[in-house]
Design a protein around this ligand. Structure first.
Ligand code: PNS
Length: 167
């Protein structure tokens, strides 16, 4: 039987419950979902790739058809190396659309056989981003149900701040 493999690529610095929500949705519709952390990003990350691999592996261990890897180079080449037919990306709001559409078109130009599939996370995560999580954590704000507890612990340790309890 044909197995449909999808790649869910991103920076995941750090992973949030919005990412996990999308992974859960993707794991339901694809036979196999590979969460793929970009290695050579132009961004300077708060967490190393290895730390992000650990965090994502821990948080996705309950889904048997999900695995977590890192990748270098072009996404289309990596997708091909994994036999993937689709790229999964999340769209939270209209503001995401332009950037996502540009990437999807460009990936299609590079490899017309690779489809980009957009999914929406739960509404509760529509305003959530890793950038805001880093900013709020660095200022000691409460992140409660927006990130997994294991990620919160690592943020607290990395930033040396006591995060407020969720209200
Ligand atoms: O979470 P992000 O930072 O929005 O993810 C961006 C990511 C990793 C999906 C994108 O930068 C990417 O695919 N980079 C790999 C290099 C590549 O293929 N670039 C051309 C994309 S059109």
């Amino acid at each position: 039987m044909k197995q449909v493999i999808a790649i869910y690529p991103g920076t995941f610095d750090p992973p949030t419950n919005g990412h996990l929500d999308l992974i859960q949705r993707g794991a339901k519709i694809f036979d196999e979902l590979v969460v793929a952390i970009l290695r050579n990003s132009e961004k300077t990350p708060l967490f190393s790739v290895e730390e992000r691999l650990d965090m994502l592996r821990e948080c996705t261990a309950q889904w048997e058809n999900v695995r977590v890897e890192s990748f270098d180079g072009l996404l289309v080449d990596y997708a091909q190396s994994r036999g993937a037919k689709a790229v999964l990306r999340g769209i939270r709001a209209v503001s995401d659309y332009e950037y996502e559409l540009q990437m999807a078109w460009m990936n299609r130009k590079l490899d017309a056989s690779l489809e980009t599939v957009f999914m929406m996370p739960a509404g509760a995560y529509s305003y959530l981003s890793s950038r805001l999580v880093r900013e709020i954590a660095s200022l000691g704000g409460a992140l409660g149900d927006l990130i997994p507890v294991s990620v919160e612990n690592r943020l607290r340790a990395r930033l040396g701040v006591a995060l407020q309890a969720h209200k």
